[in-house]
Design a protein around this ligand. Structure first.
Ligand SMILES: *Cc1c(COP(=O)(O)O)cnc(C)c1O
Length: 410
């Protein structure tokens, strides 16, 4: 039990939160201050890739905490170097800049592209991004995002972001001019409602950017780190997929990672191929960037995520989840339209705008609650831990069915 006399009013209200206070987590389960258990299919917003309080993370945290928690970012530390080596070994990229959030990694990508434009492309600075895209909540990444209303919320925006239409290569082509330095996109729009870019579009985009000498930036903050059944989603676009980790035919020039890379600790990364690593001394930095405690945990997480058997299991569990979500169509044909997604980033499209009610009723369910995300008024999103089992999926589906049943004849 947990004494609860907290003043909720001392927290800025940025999102409607239930009064519940969460106190404990293990695997796919979390517990609140009253001891009620919930199964967690949000997992910190696709962050806790190994579930709550995984043994490998605890081991790394404890070991590193007793060794070295922090050192100036102006010095090397061992975990930072080990994690950078692991990430570059497993990808087509040569160098890494560590950050604390996805938005910060994307800011870094934007700066790197602009710097490259300054140096090699007559000061080109414009970056083409996409309607409904999401890249974070700093001023520049909000400007890069294509979310409705964000263009005026904190006006004026950061200049130089043009919006193309996702999966429409002509819309990209028509925006290119001599000031264009990069195209930046998510290979699957996560916050946009789990909308995948089709591979033909991505290949055309790679060809177009190559022909025009424009950088291609992949924001894999949500789709990276095994979420889609490959360590990085770009590796599944042309050829190799999960069996080899290195040699994809399709390679972006710059990549950003966040969310799942730390498994729950604040870690993100900007990766680039050598010829685009153009930062000079003093041009980029940050107090906590490459912090040894955080990168030590990141190393333990990435090592686990990049194991062949781990990736195979993600794909197996994804197939199972997909099959079970599809079966909900037969269970409630008037309510469930379709399921979609890649790996363990999936969505269920409903015929009515009842996602908020489903989320609420799932939360209130007794004795066990269910944490689930309504990414859009009529879309539920599923982003479980990547090491779930069939039993975890069965348990979630059972709870979800009981909730869907409450909408019968509504
Ligand atoms: C979550 C997300 C971000 C922002 O990450 P933060 O850690 O919240 O700053 C950026 N891009 C994508 C694709 C995301 O899903």
């Amino acid at each position: 039990m947990f004494s609860d006399n907290y003043k909720r009013e001392a927290i800025m209200q940025i999102v409607p939160r239930p009064d519940t206070v969460f106190v404990k987590g293990k695997g796919s389960n979390v517990w609140d201050q009253h001891g009620k258990c919930y199964i967690d299919w949000i997992q910190g917003w696709a962050v806790n890739s190994l579930g709550h309080c995984h043994a490998d993370m605890l081991e790394a945290l404890n070991r590193q905490a007793s060794q070295l928690i922090n050192i100036s970012p102006a010095y090397y530390n061992a975990p930072m170097l080990e994690l950078a080596k692991l990430l570059t070994d497993k990808s087509c990229f040569d160098q890494v800049f560590f950050a604390n959030s996805g938005a910060e990694a994307n800011e870094g990508a934007i700066k790197l592209a602009r710097k490259w434009g300054k140096k090699y492309k007559n000061g080109a600075y414009k970056i083409i991004t996409f309607t409904n895209g999401f890249h974070g909540r700093t001023l520049a990444t909000m400007s890069a995002s294509g979310k409705k209303g964000w263009d005026t919320m904190y006006a004026p925006q950061v200049d130089g972001f043009l919006k193309a239409t996702y999966n429409d290569i002509k819309s990209v082509e028509s925006l290119i001019d001599t000031d264009t330095v990069a195209v930046m996109l998510e290979p699957i729009q996560g916050e946009g409602g789990v909308i995948p870019a089709n591979h033909h579009f991505l290949k055309s985009l790679r060809q177009l950017t190559q022909d025009q000498n424009i950088l291609l930036i992949f924001d894999e903050v949500q789709t990276g780190m095994a979420r889609t059944g490959h360590l990085f989603t770009y590796q599944s676009i042309d050829g190799i997929g999960s069996t080899s980790t290195q040699h994809a035919d399709f390679t972006p020039d710059i990549l950003t990672l966040g969310k799942g890379i730390g498994g729950g600790v604040p870690l993100a990364a900007l990766l680039a191929q050598e010829k685009y690593c153009v930062f000079e001394t003093g041009e980029q930095g940050g107090t906590f960037n490459g912090n040894p405690l955080i990168t030590a945990v990141g190393y333990a997480v990435v090592k686990k995520l990049s194991e062949c058997q781990f990736l195979e299991n993600v794909r197996r569990q994804a197939n199972y989840l997909s099959k079970e979500l599809n079966a909900l169509k037969e269970f409630m044909p008037e309510l469930v339209i379709s399921e979609r997604g890649t790996g363990l980033l999936r969505a269920l499209e409903l015929s009515q705008e009842i996602a908020p009610q489903i989320v609420q009723r799932s939360f209130d369910l007794k004795p066990k609650g269910l944490l689930i995300n309504g990414v859009r008024p009529s879309i539920l999103r599923f982003m479980p831990a990547l090491n779930i089992t069939e039993e975890d999926t069965d348990e979630m589906i059972t709870l979800l069915k009981s909730i869907l049943s409450t909408f019968k004849d509504n």
